[in-house]
Design a protein around this ligand. Structure first.
Ligand code: NAI
Length: 341
């Protein structure tokens, strides 16, 4: 059976890492019809739209996307295409597994880190509702709703239940934002009560950040509103080797878009040195979504095998290889596995 998938290369290092991930997926033997949809600042300038219709049309057709990062201008310019896409397709759950890789030396290699971040993906301070009240006075609206908070909490607890995970930690700042984060917490508690076999904890986001650095192994599932989820994801990535290695999924009821936590990394774009691990592991999550569990497992173990061997690692994780060598290493490991089956 073949699957249709929208491939969005993005810009910066996006085309390099998404090409690598595509090759790795193809090497698993799963048949994918890739529909390539360009989405980058040039296309946005040409079409004059922050979310060009061809991207949405393709995702409506395929239901699944593998997406490279897209640059967002800072302090002005068009609104984030990434946020727009998540809102437009109602991709409400941003799921980011943060795991130690075998053999990868980091400041935390002596502990096993295995946490999954569930970040609400459609509201909070990403509402884009900003307003200059009078000159030099600006408000930015933090929107928290019961609907969005309940469904991200349900996603986190259902995942924990299905995968036999033990604990969910909700992260908040309800001591200060009593109404907004207070509502988020009430929804988390309400859902937690339906899963009494899963331990439920709450931490204030500043303390949570410190705990993550001091004792990351204590965390299992993290449940956060949008902004804290964004920041804590990068912090957590730093614990396991950096942004080059952490994958993600944006999940909705009808669509799923898989993408790395990292951005377009303009500082290293076009140099052939970007680490494609995060995109490849995002592609493995996509294979699970497509019910190609065995191919997903093989892709994951091929990536882990390259780390365990420490031969084809990229510069960001202490190696000397480029994107090409790393990709060849993963493909060789995949082929070796296929021939040994
Ligand atoms: P970034 O994640 O692009 O880069 C941060 C640092 O990590 C840089 O030093 C970069 O070289 C390094 N890095 C990131 N991914 C890497 C990889 N695969 N291999 C090796 N090194 C890697 O974050 P930054 O610089 O803050 O953002 C750049 C642009 O990306 C911005 O326009 C931002 O809005 C956009 N962005 C897009 C996202 C998306 O499309 N989902 C997510 C995050 C940022």
């Amino acid at each position: 059976m073949s699957h249709k998938v929208t491939l969005i290369p993005g810009d910066g290092i996006g085309p390099e890492v998404s090409a690598a991930a595509r090759e790795a997926v193809d090497a698993t033997g799963v048949k994918i019809e890739w529909e390539v949809a360009e989405l980058n600042p040039d296309i946005m300038a040409k079409t004059g739209q922050s979310l060009p219709p061809h991207v949405i049309e393709s995702l409506e057709r395929t239901g699944a996307g593998l997406k490279g990062p897209v640059t967002t201008p800072i302090a002005g310019g068009y609104t984030s295409v990434n946020v727009a896409l998540r809102k437009r397709l109602d991709l409400y759950a941003n799921v980011r597994p943060v795991r130690s890789l075998p053999g990868l030396v980091t400041r935390f290699s002596d502990v096993k880190i295995d946490m999954v971040i569930f970040r609400e993906n459609t509201e909070d301070l990403y509402s884009g509702l900003e307003h200059e009240v009078v000159r030099d006075v600006v408000t930015s609206l933090k929107v928290i709703t019961r609907t969005a908070s309940i469904r991200i909490a349900e996603a986190a607890f259902s995942f924990a239940h299905e995968l036999g995970r033990k604990k969910v930690t909700a992260i908040h700042k309800a001591n200060i934002m009593k109404l907004a984060d207070g509502l988020f917490l009430r929804c988390c508690r309400e859902v937690a009560a339906r899963f009494p076999h899963i331990e439920y904890k709450e931490l204030i986001v500043d303390n949570a950040s410190m705990q993550l650095v001091i004792r990351p192994e204590q965390f299992d599932i993290l449940l956060l509103p949008n902004l804290y989820g964004d920041i804590v994801s990068d912090l957590a990535a730093g614990l396991v080797g950096g942004l080059g290695v952490v994958p993600g999924a944006n999940l909705g009821e009808r669509h799923a878009v898989f993408e790395a936590v990292h951005g377009s990394a303009p500082d290293i774009a076009g140099q052939g040195i970007a680490n494609p691990t995060a995109m490849m592991l995002s592609a493995a999550m996509m294979l699970v979504h497509l019910k190609e569990q065995s191919a997903a497992n093989r892709l994951r173990s091929a990536v882990e095998g390259v780390y365990a061997e420490q031969r084809h690692l990229t510069k960001d994780v202490g190696g000397k290889a480029g994107t090409r060598e790393f990709t060849d290493g993963v493909i060789a490991a995949l082929k070796a596995r296929v021939s040994s089956i």
